[in-house]
Design a binder for this molecule. Structure first.
Ligand code: ATP
Ligand code: MG
Length: 500
């Protein structure tokens, strides 16, 4: 176990990290922080939820000279939500040194960003498209940058952002340090990435599996037509604290979130066609627990760190094994346990072996639950609530009425009536979803870009990112953008990873 004290970081940053509740460095942090401080180029790969953000964030913050009013580091991330989240984490890590961090992403008013850029931030966290817009408009200069970090590098290159990334890199000095991080780094993508690095050292946290062992992985064989009933029964039985349901396309996500709402769940969808304000508000509601089920395309699969996500449901199978790893990695983070369930239609059966081979982990077969089992599950949830209410011991005002009821009925009849009233019977409101095609396995060639970009222009791609920027001209003001998440206001309690 490595202590942050032993990693050669300044006292100001050490105090900031301890204040975040981090007690010990995670393996990827222990390995890459000293190397990052040395200034060498790095490719860092470690499982989802194991603290890669701080692994690159700490050395970056350490390198910043706060007395210089210039951009010194830039982090590029594939989605707006991730850029915001990473900038919040960097802000916290840099709070001891008073490092200024600015998120720059599409869908946010550009003139406001220009004003913020004039306040001389030290670190920029941005999405490729919007960063490039600022470079082209000459509203952001990167010639003082000494460190570039690509978070979820494989995804950005896969998505066809390579030209954008290359243009951004060309705006930075050649003698910069370049760091790449992701939980997955397929060979061809890694080779492509190494082209813009100098003798990168590859740091892989050695684990048997690519997925996190704390996530119990299941698959269910379900025919397309039954998927939705099976999903709602599972939700009734498992009563997840917070759940993410992944669907293949934007249409799928819209239909699923509407259907779930019809059946009485508090669910909302998130995908790339929604306005930025809407995306952020849905995410905020999910983090606060105002909605229990987030229905998402892969826009939410990469990097998002939402505590309390106990279940991930792959309603539609992911595009490829890497997407599977990232989707299920939204649970089982920072040492917590999680459950992942993947629906597989008879035609998709060969998919299972492909994923298991790549991730070197097994999915256990689960039987689709019956309606009776769903009812039982709901009942169990109510019983748990009753027990918790008894334990809270705040029943004074109800005691007299209870006595009255018991004078006329026996105890088990009274309790049965209460259970019946409180139990939400499985809702069988008829739902019809539009059928979805199984995905073609994604090919990892640079020319893929063109195919995927064409998909975007049809607006049917499951991905949002800021690849839609061509449709929404830069500079078009959008209202109501807000920052998500804690922003440092949450009281921090000590956190440490269980052995992974
Ligand atoms: N040393 C630590 N001790 C305790 N918690 C930590 C530590 N480092 C990071 N965390 C917390 O663990 C969670 C996951 O971290 P992070 O988002 O950086 O993971 P990641 O490896 O980037 O995952 P992904 O591959 O999904 O992007 C965050 O809430 C973060 O604040
Ligand atoms: Mg991450």
């Amino acid at each position: 176990m490595t202590k942050f004290e032993d990693l050669g970081i300044s006292n100001a940053t050490l105090q900031a990290v301890l204040k975040m509740g981090f007690e010990e460095a995670t393996p990827i942090q222990a390995e890459t922080i000293p190397l990052g401080l040395k200034g060498i180029d790095l490719i860092g790969q470690a499982q989802t939820g194991t603290g890669k953000t701080a692994a690159f964030g700490i050395p970056l913050v350490e390198k910043v000279d706060v007395s210089a009013d210039a951009i010194q580091g830039i982090i590029i991330a594939p989605t707006r939500e991730l850029a915001i989240q990473v900038s919040e984490e960097l802000y916290k890590i840099g709070s001891g040194k008073r490092v200024r961090v600015l998120p720059i992403y599409g869908g946010q008013d550009i003139s406001r960003q220009i004003r913020s850029l004039k306040k001389a931030p030290h670190i920029i966290v941005g999405t490729p498209g919007r960063v490039l817009d600022h470079i082209n408009r000459k509203t952001m200069r990167l010639d003082t940058v000494n460190t570039v970090i690509l978070d979820e590098a494989d995804e950005m290159l896969n998505m066809g952002f390579i030209e954008d990334i290359e243009s951004i890199l060309a705006a930075t000095p050649a003698e910069r340090q370049t760091l790449l991080f992701s939980a997955t780094m397929p060979g061809p993508i890694q080779r492509m990435a190494e082209k813009f690095m100098k003798d990168p050292q590859i740091v892989r946290v050695k684990t048997k599996e690519m997925t996190v062992p704390l996530i119990d992985q299941y698959y269910l064989e379900v025919i397309e037509r039954n998927k939705f009933d099976v999903l709602t029964r599972l939700l009734d039985i498992q009563s997840p604290e917070l759940a993410i349901v992944f669907g293949r396309t934007k249409r799928r996500v819209d239909e699923l979130s509407e259907a779930l709402t019809l059946r009485g769940y508090t669910a909302e969808g998130i995908h790339g066609d929604l306005s930025q304000a809407k995306r952020l508000s849905v995410l905020r509601k999910f983090k606060e627990g105002t909605i229990d089920v987030l229905v998402a395309t892969d826009v939410a699969a990469r990097g998002l760190d939402i505590s309390g996500v106990t279940h991930v449901y792959n309603f539609d199978i992911p595009q490829d094994p890497e997407s599977y790893v990232h989707r299920i990695g939204r649970t089982g983070r920072a040492g917590k346990k999680g459950v992942a369930l993947t629906f597989i239609t008879p035609r998709e059966k060969s998919y299972l072996a492909v994923v298991e081979k790549t991730t070197r982990s097994k999915m256990e077969k689960m039987k689709a639950p019956t309606l009776d089992e769903a009812l039982e599950g709901q009942q169990k949830a109510v019983v748990e609530k009753i027990v918790a209410t008894i334990e809270s011991n705040n029943l004074h005002y109800y005691k007299a009425a209870a006595q009255e009821l018991l004078e006329e009925n026996d105890a088990s009849t009274v309790i049965a009536a209460v259970l019946k009233m409180l139990t939400k019977e499985p809702d069988t409101t008829p739902i019809k979803l539009t059928e979805e095609q199984s995905p073609q396995r994604r090919e990892r060639k640079p020319q893929d870009r063109d195919r995927r970009r064409r998909d975007d222009s049809r607006g049917s791609s499951s991905y949002g990112g800021d690849r839609n920027r061509k449709k929404a001209p830069a500079g078009k003001p959008r209202s109501g953008e807000k920052r998500t998440g804690g922003g440092g206001s949450k009281p921090s309690k000590p956190r440490s990873f269980n052995h992974q």
